[in-house]
Design a protein around this ligand. Structure first.
Ligand code: GLU
Length: 315
């Protein structure tokens, strides 16, 4: 049994990432499970690699540890997505044999013009435009130099059901919520949905804990688990952290990144205040992650997004 934390190093870690790291770690450690750190630097252009050492340093500073990861190795190495392209390629070939994956030639402008209504979280539902090409037509376009992304065909009426460890039973109409989703981008980079599924499966992850913004992604991933013949892990999605005025914390809010927070407080102060904010401690008193293991229970964590009391992390 294994849990994991799978951050994208596209900037300095912020408080929301720290909460996700802490709770995924506590959930795994309180159940005696192993814990994996995987760096999701798939989009190397955006990530650039500069934030990975800082990420590892911030996690260690917080007092977290992992049994497998980029710096400690493990059976499923490498633990950085940017180094796993050959693995994804092999599983992409298998996926293409198991279900229909078709080339999509749509430009960004076409995607935006022809979409079904955008969902509130910015994910759009693909119209299915390129599904109509015959293999010969698609080959002709590829041979004449057109670049294509890869989309997996989601049959009409596909409903994915799973029970989230914190949000309860879920039923997602994959065709209506996502449509034929991307597994590979036209620049050859594998999609988040595909890479995360292959990685969690090959790394033997049995428990996925992450932010609620990824709840519906679990449906895409469950579809891919089924297509590739892997058992799906359990999914538990955390409430998001909001600032005291109700705005979502983001990487742009520099005052809440670990660089700024580390200047203002000790790790035990930060962990204790986070534990207080999410209901594990009654007072914001200093605590190390390992001291919280006996106190951890999912039913103490609020169901709703967590609004931080004003000034809790100011000094
Ligand atoms: N890499 C993703 C992120 O940092 C999380 C992926 C996951 O936990 O599945 O937002």
């Amino acid at each position: 049994m294994k849990g994991r934390f799978a951050p994208t190093p596209s900037g300095r870690m912020h408080l929301g990432n720290a909460l996700c790291a802490l709770l995924s770690w506590l959930s795994a450690r309180s159940a005696g499970m192993g814990y994996v750190l995987r760096v999701e630097d798939l989009d190397t252009l955006r990530s650039g690699g500069a934030f990975t050492p800082l990420l590892l340093d911030d996690l260690r500073w917080l007092g977290l540890d992992w049994d497998e990861g980029p710096d400690v190795g493990g059976n499923a190495a490498p633990y950085e997505q940017g180094k796993r392209a050959d693995i994804y390629q092999a599983w992409y070939s298998r996926l293409c044999k198991a279900v229909r994956v078709y080339p999509c030639f749509c430009s960004r402008a076409q995607l935006h013009a022809a979409q079904a209504p955008h969902r509130s979280d910015g994910v759009y539902v693909y119209s299915g435009r390129c599904r109509a090409y015959t293999p010969e037509e698609a080959d002709a376009l590829l041979c004449s130099g057109h670049r294509a992304a890869g989309r997996v065909l989601v049959p009409p009426g596909t409903e994915i059901r799973f029970t989230d460890g914190h949000c309860g039973p879920q039923a997602v109409r994959l065709d209506e919520e996502f449509g034929d989703f991307l597994v590979r981008r036209s620049d050859g980079v594998f999609s988040y949905q595909f890479a995360v599924t292959v990685d969690d499966a090959l790394m033997g992850i049995t428990e996925v804990v992450r932010g609620r913004d990824l709840l519906s992604s679990s449906a895409c991933q469950t579809f891919l688990y089924q297509a590739l013949g892997f058992p799906a892990p359990s999914f538990t999605h955390l409430p998001l952290l909001l600032s005291h005025d109700g705005a979502r914390l983001s990487k742009r809010d520099g005052a809440m990144d670990l660089g700024a927070l580390r200047e203002r407080m000790r790790a035990e102060d930060l962990i204790g205040r986070l534990a207080y904010a999410c209901g594990l401690l009654e007072r914001p008193e200093p605590a190390a992650p390992r001291e919280l293991i006996p106190l951890f229970r999912w039913d103490k964590i609020p169901g709703e997004d967590i609004r931080l009391p004003e000034g809790l992390f100011s000094a």
